[in-house]
Design a protein around this ligand. Structure first.
Ligand code: SAM
Ligand code: SF4
Ligand code: SF4
Length: 343
């Protein structure tokens, strides 16, 4: 039996964070002032093993999950990642289809890993890139990482057929607004889908302020002024990006507008952190400890019951609630950080 949550939403996708570490220090995610040399990342024994992740994923797939996204931290810094991909690629949906198996990465290590990942059965990738301008991108990624190396990683992924490839761009007012149109032009030219992400108030470290969010409508106006486009129907319930099709046939772009246009009603996503906490919302205040169930000798049936019970009790709709409250007074609850939850 596939669990349904208390607001009638099925469980369809699972994001799995495979590490809380990262080789970047993006200002909006892991600012280097906070995540310095002596920051205590998870000790190895607290991170789920590949076998534990595969077992958990199998149970989620039996509960209705059809899409797995590997994330982090930076997933490509986890050693031997293609071995995990091979384990997950062997899973099938309840009606026997292959899963939609994908990964979100900063692209830094893609040149070397695109082929082994594709050979292991990864379907496609999403690469994060916030600007084509080295000064802007270097400041945003916190380590002066060059744009050219990410572009080369994207080229490698395209060569290996990890498509349709998407590119995520977090937009921050006053920081990379000038990159919006150049990024869109580049994505159109090489045939990848660019998705603009509203800067979100996850965690505590990034000093989020509402006036740094460029609202979805403004992004849409900027792009459609350059290239006319029309909105498309969502492909499936719970699709998070508003999709727009260019009138001239040069593909589409997306807008992930969790701040100004919340999409909680259709949210079918669970998240598993690197240390095995199960979260039912990106803005959750606490997760349930799945690792303990994986490690305490529980059977697969007990694991299934744990997942079903967690999902059945779910009533999260943080973004909707925030939009209902006055715009600037966000609920001030303890939140976990994006890099820990995996975005
Ligand atoms: N390291 C990988 C990467 O950057 O693609 C995967 C993990 S990262 C946490 C996943 C996504 O979350 C990235 O596309 C990143 O840009 C986005 N992200 C991180 N912090 C964010 C924030 N405060 N607001 C909006 N998006 C954010
Ligand atoms: Fe690392 Fe991704 Fe966070 Fe940037 S957004 S610091 S690449 S985890
Ligand atoms: Fe889903 Fe929570 Fe985001 Fe709403 S706020 S869309 S429930 S993750």
């Amino acid at each position: 039996m596939e669990p349904i949550d208390s607001l009638g939403r099925p469980l369809r996708d699972l994001r799995i964070s495979v590490t809380d570490r990262c080789n970047f220090r993006c200002t909006y995610c892991m600012p280097k002032e906070v995540f310095g040399r002596d920051y205590a990342f998870l000790p190895r024994d607290q991170v789920l093993s590949f076998e534990e992740i595969e077992r958990a994923a199998r149970v989620f797939v039996a509960a209705g999950v059809e899409k797995l996204r590997i994330t982090g931290g930076e997933p490509l810094v986890r050693r031997d990642l293609p071995r995990l991909i091979a384990l997950l690629a062997a899973l099938r949906t309840t009606d026997g289809r292959p899963l939609d198996l994908t990964l979100t990465t900063n692209g830094a290590a893609l040149r070397g890993l695109a082929r082994p990942l594709a050979e292991a059965g990864l379907g496609r990738v999403t690469v994060s890139l916030d600007s084509l301008d080295d000064d802007i991108f270097g400041a945003m990624n916190g380590i002066d990482f060059p744009v050219s190396r990410v572009l080369d990683g994207i080229a490698a992924a395209l060569e290996e057929g990890l498509t349709p490839l998407k590119v995520n761009m977090v937009v921050r007012r006053g920081i990379n607004e000038a990159s919006i149109v150049p990024m869109a032009r580049w994505a159109r030219d090489i045939g990848v889908t660019l998705r603009f992400i509203e800067y979100m108030d996850v965690g505590h470290s990034n000093g989020w302020r509402l006036d740094e969010v460029v609202p979805a409508q403004e992004l849409i106006d900027t792009i459609t002024a350059a290239w006319p486009a029309e909105p498309m129907e969502a492909r499936y319930r719970g699709e998070v990006a508003g999709r727009w099709r260019y009138a001239d046939g040069a593909g589409e772009f997306g807008i992930i507008s969790s701040v100004t246009v919340p999409f909680c009603r259709d949210c079918t996503r669970a998240r598993l952190s690197a240390d095995g906490k199960l979260y039912t919302c990106l803005f959750a205040t606490e997760g349930r400890d799945l690792r303990e169930v994986l490690r305490d000798g529980s059977t697969d049936d007990e694991l299934r019951a744990f997942v079903a019970e967690t999902w059945g009790a779910r009533d999260d709709r943080y973004s909707e609630l925030r939009t209902l409250s006055t715009r600037d007074d966000r609920p001030d609850l303890p939140r976990i950080e994006m890099f820990a939850m995996g975005g």
